[in-house]
Design a protein around this ligand. Structure first.
Ligand code: SMO
Length: 782
């Protein structure tokens, strides 16, 4: 590997010490060759464009004569609409239309992914009809020649509501009146996983420990807010929708169904996407109103959410209330697990609304060897914004509860927290392993991972240091957390093209949300043709040029989308090889790949160039790749924290982590994903929280009230890795996009409670603000 690249990979920040590399990948993976673009730490090709302001986001797309849409949103959390008067707004010059619920009754409904055993989603109107269900719910859509005029007109809409008391908490949702008459007890999701004789195990176990925690409700807070534009072409009878989305193909299908159009008449384009984190995985009513208005008015319409609109009506994440019990024998082995996980849903379910609940239940046992489990998850409707997937999507909830239980188990049995984990982690020899919830862990070495973490962090020395600091009166703690990260099921597709000019390009059905897919995907294709990554252009996000796909979510892009590209590229290479053999009058074993084409091994000056092989028509291969099972990234995190006794301020002094993402296409991108995930994990652990008051009003409606971590909040991190290719996809890749958001909060929470254990504090909920910690210290009589 080029030395310059190597040093860039290590990075200039001394806080991010790159330690020695993990075991080499199994040599028959595509990364086998040292100079293959797979495995190389090259910088992101898209950054030249994005960092110089030359990115093209939906709001940058030039659309002539576009109208602007502004949504009138309910200021009431719950109640019956007694008056909705739009006449004055309609008569304002420059206003083309004001739509309300009655205008869109004939449109279809937003679909929900029925992942859980019981999904009983409420029927949800695109614009409020008869009643309002949350502050921020769109009640009317005003379309005008400028956004200023639309805003003025929106203020002329008169909305009167006979208010009901709002249901804002899961507790109130369970006992309050039904928000929808066909959803008794407001329980819209429910599933139970049961395996083994858990009850009997709990009755007989020498140790039973319990843990409880509530996750803060979070906003995904992508830099680019939600944005949508649409244009109807009357002659072609087709609708183009630009949409900042993680799932352009699904958006197209859903838009077609809802609007009663054929999917063939809709083109969805997701150009550059400025972050998404789950918030842009599902269509919103606003997106449909933009598309539908453009179709109705035969004029382009566009909308870009304000930050406050995203905080108010974009999907939130987390908010789960979790409680669990773990049975342990006298040797410290885990015998049985039981848990109850309740998640808030808000007033409607986006497509992926069931995912956090589903993941938090099925993933709960994590990397541990536990046969018996009794896990129940349920989702409850509330008068708030919808809750959807947010980076981690149930994985952080599962890891935080399980790792709290493991920590309590260590305390109860007197076994060191590291040791009790080593005793209970599934050994590598038992993988693939089907757990008590039916999930199948694919591969890896969980114990080696934790041992490596212990080594890089210097765990025994950290504990000795903690003892001496405590003797000097300091409040400090060490927290461990292991995690697993499933990364998607099903399929993705790819198309690799050799154009008549000899250039090789590829189109993927999955897309990019700004997370470097253009580079990683180019590396995969280039490695098959003996090219450099910069030789291969990647297209994505436009349903008219990209093959069908599911999208950029659930850590699935590289494992599944990358495997599809690898398949299509190999098929095309084999075909080009056969053509070259004919052109060079030899057999394919006598050919060698060069950047220019294929040459004869026995006569290297005889080359079939890419242009010659392509011929005037070019060549193309399509591939749809279905995975054999989920690939599971995993890792182990350690946090060192200190608490100021006077102020309760928590300082995260260091985070150490060892992650296994399987085959690594680009180490720089993987490190970037982990660091970004850690930053967002710090946000949950330390400062972020969406807050509603009891009356259903959002108190964190701007970034002055909703605290996201800034660069200066980042903490010292030491990264290390293992590389165990997944046997379940041909690339061998595993997900890593969510790793940091899963391991970080769990490790910090354990470290904080470890620090506070001398004061008898056994429970604290995130975010771990100085006020909460100060109160906990004082309530403990200090
Ligand atoms: S939370 Mo992710 O976009 O599946």
């Amino acid at each position: 590997m080029d030395q310059k690249v190597q040093s860039e990979m290590i990075g200039p920040d001394p806080q991010l010490q790159a330690t020695e590399r993990g075991p080499d990948p199994i040599t028959d993976t595509p990364a086998a060759s040292d100079d293959a673009p797979i495995g190389q730490a090259i910088k992101r090709q898209e950054d030249e464009r994005l960092l110089r302001g030359a990115g093209r986001y939906t709001d940058d797309v030039t659309i002539e004569d576009a109208l602007h849409i502004i949504f009138v949103r309910s200021p009431f959390p719950c109640g019956r609409i007694t008056e909705l008067e739009c006449g004055e707004a309609r008569s304002l010059p420059g206003v083309l239309a004001v739509y309300c619920g009655a205008d869109v009754v004939d449109l279809g409904e937003l679909p929900v992914n029925p992942l859980l055993a019981e999904v009983n989603a409420p029927r949800y109107p695109l614009l409020a009809r008869g009643k309002v269900m949350a502050v921020g719910e769109p009640v009317a859509a005003v379309i005008a020649t400028s956004s200023m005029i639309a805003q003025d007109a929106a203020e002329l809409v008169i909305l009167e509501v006979d208010e009901d008391s709002a249901i804002m908490s899961i507790a109130d949702s369970k006992i309050g009146g039904d928000l929808f008459k066909d959803i008794p007890g407001n329980r819209a999701l429910h599933q139970v996983w049961q395996s083994g004789e858990t009850e009997k195990i709990f009755d007989e176990a020498p140790f039973v420990v319990e843990a409880r925690l509530t996750h803060p409700r979070l906003s995904p807070t992508s830099i680019e807010p939600r944005t949508t534009a649409a244009s109807w072409d009357e002659r072609a009878e087709s609708l183009t929708v630009w949409l900042s989305s993680q799932t352009p193909h699904r958006a197209r299908k859903d838009l077609a169904t809802i609007m009663g159009l054929s999917p063939d008449s809709i083109r969805v384009v997701s150009p550059d996407v400025g972050g998404a984190f789950g918030m842009k995985a599902s269509l919103y009513p606003e997106d449909i109103m933009v598309a539908w208005a453009a179709w109705q008015l035969k004029q382009p319409v566009r909308w870009t959410a304000a930050r406050s609109e995203d905080l108010l009506s974009g999907t939130h994440g987390r908010g789960a209330e979790t409680a669990g019990k773990l049975a342990i024998n006298s040797e410290g082995s885990f015998l049985g697990l039981s848990a109850q996980i309740d998640v808030p849903l808000g007033h409607w379910l986006p497509h992926s609304g069931a995912v956090p609940a589903w993941n938090s239940g099925r993933i709960l046992p994590g990397p541990y060897d536990i046969d018996s489990a009794d896990i129940e998850v349920a989702g409850f409707l509330t008068n708030s914004a919808p809750v959807g997937i947010y980076r981690g999507a149930g994985r952080p909830e599962a890891a935080a509860l399980m790792e709290r239980l493991v920590e309590e188990a260590a305390r109860a049995t007197g076994i060191d927290p590291l040791e009790i984990r080593l005793r209970n982690l599934l050994p590598a020899s038992r993988l693939p392993h089907e757990g008590p919830t039916g999930t199948k862990l694919d591969s890896g070495d969980y114990r080696a991972c934790l041992e490596r973490l212990c080594n890089i962090a210097g765990y025994p020395a950290l504990r000795r240091n903690q003892d001496s600091r405590r003797q000097q009166g300091e409040i400090c703690g060490i927290g461990l957390a292991c995690y697993v990260e499933p990364c998607g099921q099903g399929w993705e597709s790819a198309r690799v093209t050799l154009a008549s000019d000899g250039s090789i390009s590829a189109a993927t059905g999955t897309s990019s949300q700004g997370h470097g897919r253009e580079t990683a995907f180019a590396q995969i294709v280039a490695s098959v043709f003996g090219l450099a990554a910069e030789d291969v252009a990647i297209r994505h996000g436009d349903t008219s040029t990209a093959p069908k796909g599911i999208g950029a979510l659930a850590s699935r892009s590289t494992a599944i989308g990358g495997s599809a590209l690898l398949c299509a590229a190999r098929e095309l290479r084999d075909e080009t090889c056969n053509i070259a053999a004919i052109q060079l009058d030899t057999h394919s074993e006598n050919l060698r790949l060069t950047r220019a084409g294929f040459c004869r091994k026995d006569a290297p000056d005889r080359t079939a160039t890419w242009t010659a092989i392509a011929g005037p028509a070019g060549l193309q291969k399509d591939s749809v790749y279905s995975v054999e099972g989920e690939a599971w990234g995993y890792g182990a995190y350690l946090a060192v924290v200190a608490i100021d006794a006077e102020t309760g301020v928590l300082t995260v002094e260091h985070i150490y982590c060892v992650d296994d993402a399987g085959t690594i296409v680009n180490p720089l991108l993987v490190e970037g994903q982990i660091l970004g995930g850690i930053a967002q994990g710090l946000g949950e652990a330390l400062m972020e929280q969406i807050v509603y008051d009891k009356n259903g009003q959002l108190l964190t409606g701007s970034l002055t009230d909703y605290a996201v971590p800034r660069a200066s909040d980042m903490v010292p991190v030491t990264l290390d890795k293992l590389i165990t290719p997944s046997p379940f996809n041909i690339l061998g890749a595993k997900g890593v996009g969510e790793a940091g958001t899963i391991g970080t909060p769990a490790a910090i929470l354990n470290a904080t409670l470890d620090a506070l254990s001398p004061f008898g504090v056994t429970r604290l909920d995130m975010p771990l603000t100085s006020e909460k910690i100060w109160r906990a210290l004082h309530d403990a009589g200090n």
